[in-house]
Design a protein around this ligand. Structure first.
Ligand SMILES: [Ca+2]
Length: 359
């Protein structure tokens, strides 16, 4: 608001200057009351002009301050965390990550009972859900010299929200430990499991003519082979693509065979929510007047659907969740036509490796 004072004082100075001018004019030239009133009106006019400009400046400054406030809040919200929740007296807190959506759990020492929520969640507003719990002494007559272990795994079972571990929880005296299945590492939060990328870390045993595909909880060695067809022959043009050799002139069955076959391998977790876009097929250039997309075949057809998502793009959708472990295939066909005459067919074979776990 300090910026506004110079404007205000400028207006006051202007008024003083005008009055000063009026006083001298009156003394020296004996102007009539009419002249004095005219001068005062001019001063008034000038003042109102300055007032309008002052209001305009104030409005613009408010807008700038509001924009600055919003951008500052946006910076704060990125990667923002809730403040460290208080530790209840005679109790303890489980959970070390205080980011939005994360949970902390509270336990009391033996012979104390928890009053308040057992679990609190860090909300988008960067406040913890619920009230701060406290531990109340149960019964003073109980024997206080014996420590009783609390089975945290039993208190927060795997199948329920607020579970302590993503996979397996093992109770230990005074604490607990999370375990992950083979092919996963325990994450830094000591609760979740992170897939080990065997392909990236060279922990696979795929041969030279195979391609290593990392999957959740493991890996797959795949070998791309071009199809053997009666009327058309194919040549491998890259590790994941086969192209048809030119057909003899007039050989209709050859020219109707796919011009190219591309292979793609995707890794997903079990029971992934559907519908979900899995893959997009696009034509780089179009020669004909029509492009058609469709599901040509593959195992597990009931799980997939092909939809058009643009003039030159088709989308492979997962329409129902798949329970792992499982391997499914879908073939997306793109055909190019000119006046209903087939110009070419392009096949994309998508293989889906579904992990046995939901992570
Ligand atoms: Ca893996």
């Amino acid at each position: 608001m300090e910026v506004l004072f110079p404007m205000k004082s400028a207006a006051v100075l202007l008024l003083m200057f005008c009055l000063h001018h009026v006083h001298f004019s009156d003394a020296q030239e004996c102007r009539s009351t009419h002249d004095l009133l005219t001068s005062l009106r001019q001063v008034e006019k000038m003042l109102s002009v300055h007032e309008a400009s002052y209001q305009q400046g104030l409005l613009s400054l408010r807008k700038k301050m509001s924009a600055l406030h919003n951008s500052t809040m946006a910076i704060f919200k990125t990667g923002a965390t809730c403040s460290k929740p208080e530790l209840p007296a005679n109790g303890r807190r489980l959970g070390r990550v205080f980011g939005i959506g994360h949970e902390v759990h509270f336990l009391c020492k033996p012979s104390y009972e928890l009053i308040g929520p057992r679990t609190r969640v860090c909300l988008d507003s960067l406040r913890w859900s619920g009230q701060q719990p406290m531990c109340r002494r149960l019964n003073a007559s109980r024997d206080n010299n014996i420590c009783t272990d609390i089975d945290e795994c039993l208190l927060f079972p795997l199948a329920q929200p607020g579970r302590l571990c993503v996979h397996q929880c093992v109770n230990t005296p005074g604490s607990f430990h999370c375990f992950c299945p083979a092919g996963y590492d325990l994450s830094s939060d000591a609760r979740s499991c992170t897939d080990v990328d065997e392909c990236e870390n060279r922990m696979h045993n795929c041969s030279a003519d195979q391609v290593c595909v990392n999957t959740f909880g493991g890996f797959q060695c795949v070998k791309v082979e071009c199809p053997q067809m009666k009327n058309a022959t194919y040549i491998k043009t890259s590790s994941m693509r086969c192209e048809r050799n030119p057909c003899m002139s007039g050989d209709k069955s050859c020219s109707q065979a796919p011009n190219s076959i591309s292979f793609h391998f995707l890794s997903v977790v079990s029971n992934m929510a559907a519908p979900r876009v899995l893959f997009r097929v696009s034509a780089a250039r179009v020669l004909g007047d029509t492009l058609r997309f469709g599901l040509a075949g593959g195992r597990g057809r009931g799980h997939f659907s092909v939809q058009r998502s643009g003039r030159q793009t088709g989308t492979l959708l997962l329409v129902t969740p798949i329970e792992g472990p499982s391997t499914l295939e879908a073939e997306v066909e793109m055909s190019e036509l000119e006046r209903n005459q087939l110009l070419g067919r392009y096949l994309t074979k998508v293989t889906l490796f579904v992990s046995p776990y939901t992570f």
